[in-house]
Design a protein around this ligand. Structure first.
Ligand code: ATP
Ligand code: MG
Length: 446
């Protein structure tokens, strides 16, 4: 009996006709990250559970409610990564990457897993582009990381985002702030959600990050961290603002932003989209100067961000941004009869060797149906092969955009003949190609 199994709640399929959107985003993030000096790192999909408890923090939603944890036959438990920073830091320490000179800059594009209530912009398996800049304490590094995210949005043509920045200080300023928060929330203890009642004792800063509306209303008038920063942290925050201004990057100061993870120090930031509803944070990040040491590395200042690619795509779609077009077939070889079909196989392999995108009939259709199929797959050219073409060694090349037909040799000259036609085709239909050729010939004239 057939079974009908559906995909798990909170996951997504990307079908072939939609994958170009992902390719666009993936190409742009890679190119931009590399241009900023970041190199890709690849890490496992799961890690020992203790890594996330330790680095994400045991008072966070992620660790308290959202981890996918599995036990293997031994006594260790493993967790599917809920984010990329913890595994990345574990990997750079374990592989001695930090001994190769500082700063080290790494980026990744990976899937993350969180057991959340699935809704628009909130999935159980989602994808992040993230980067980590390791070994640079100065606010110029914070601005550089923010500039990378900003540049990705810019190149993808995304507008209407607000960059929110804040500083949550160092352990010293935070200790004083924590006391102030405790004093503020204590009288409201009974009105808080049960998780936050516990957080009030363990980590009151987390109260500001609670998603419950009642708790958010109480938190509205809480003291703000910026009033508690020590001199060094204040100067660092000023330095960040100055660098952002120099780079022409607009921001707002939002003292409510504390970020979801425990390991942050000083700078925290979010890019929030105004177009995709309540799950509007497309990118969040900040500085985490204590994390590397707490995971067994040498004390090393560091910072980074995670950008949610599903939310990024939602924003692009809602703003009608352009995507890189999918490649379509250069030549479809239509054939009539057994001998011509064989010739199509031979020509296709010759043309593919030269790098052309070539297809031919695989299902035994008649000529008319083949032409229809070529049209459907958006083939740029069709070559029609039949007995008389095989005999004469020459066939018709049909330009599917203009309907124009020319003769093309099927013998030695085939690739030269087709190459010339194709070059003309690209010149008239592909702006980037035309500009490239123009720039190239101008350079050669000089
Ligand atoms: P939120 O406040 O929306 O729950 P978060 O603080 O948990 O976000 P981070 O851990 O900072 O998120 O992750 C960085 C980015 O990853 C987010 O800004 C968002 O774009 C994306 N992201 C986080 N959780 C999800 C999810 N469940 N589904 C889709 N994207 C997500
Ligand atoms: Mg979350």
């Amino acid at each position: 009996m057939a079974v009908n199994i559906k995909r798990p709640n909170g996951t997504q399929d990307v079908v072939p006709s939609e994958v170009y959107k992902w390719h666009t985003v993936e190409a742009v993030v890679r190119e931009t990250a590399e241009q900023f000096g970041f190199k890709e790192i690849r890490i496992p999909t799961f890690e020992e559970t203790g890594l996330f408890v330790r680095s994400v923090g045991d008072t966070t939603d992620v660790v308290q409610k959202e981890m996918y944890t599995v036990s293997s036959s031994g006594d260790k438990t493993y967790t599917l990564r809920p984010e990329g920073t913890a595994g990345t830091i574990r990997a750079v320490i374990e592989n001695g990457v930090l001994n190769d000179g500082l700063p080290q800059k790494v980026f990744y594009t990976l899937s993350c897993f969180r057991h959340e209530k699935a809704q628009k912009g909130r999935l159980r398996e989602f994808h992040q582009f993230g980067c980590e800049l390791l070994g640079a304490p100065s606010p110029a590094a914070d601005a550089d990381v923010i500039a990378l995210a900003h540049s990705v949005f810019d190149r993808l043509g995304i507008g209407n985002l607000t960059l929110n920045i804040n500083s949550i200080g160092c352990p010293e300023c935070r200790a004083r702030y924590r006391e102030a928060l405790k004093a503020y929330f204590e009288p409201h203890r009974a009105e808080l959600c049960s998780t936050c009642q516990e957080r009030l004792d363990k980590n009151p800063l987390r109260l500001l990050d609670c998603k419950s509306e009642e708790d958010q209303a109480i938190a509205k008038d809480a003291p703000v961290i910026l009033d508690y920063l020590c001199e060094d942290c204040s100067a660092h925050f000023e330095g960040l603002k100055k660098n952002l201004t120099t780079m022409g990057i607009d921001y707002v100061i939002n003292p409510r932003i504390v970020r979801g993870l425990d390991y942050y120090t000083r700078t925290v930031f979010e890019f929030i989209s105004n177009d995709i509803g309540s799950q509007g944070t497309v990118c969040g990040g900040g500085r985490y100067d204590g994390l590397i040491e707490s995971l067994g590395g040498k004390p090393t200042p560091a910072l980074g961000f995670g950008m949610g690619l599903e939310r990024l795509l939602l924003t692009m779609e809602s703003q009608g941004c352009d995507f890189i077009e999918q490649k379509t077939c250069d030549v479809y070889l239509a054939s009539m009869g057994e001998a011509a079909a064989q010739k199509a196989v031979e020509i296709a392999s010759r043309m593919r060797e030269e790098g052309f995108f070539v297809e031919y009939d695989l299902v035994g259709r008649g000529l008319k149906a083949q032409m229809k199929y070529a049209d459907k797959i958006d083939a740029k050219y069709v070559i029609v092969l039949g007995d008389s073409e095989l005999e004469s060694g020459s066939a018709k090349l049909k330009n599917m955009t203009t309907g124009e037909q020319t003769d093309i040799s099927l013998e030695k000259d085939l690739l030269d003949d087709f190459g010339a036609q194709y070059y003309q085709h690209m010149l008239t239909t592909d702006d980037d190609f035309r500009k490239f050729v123009e720039a190239f010939s101008e350079n050669n004239e000089e």
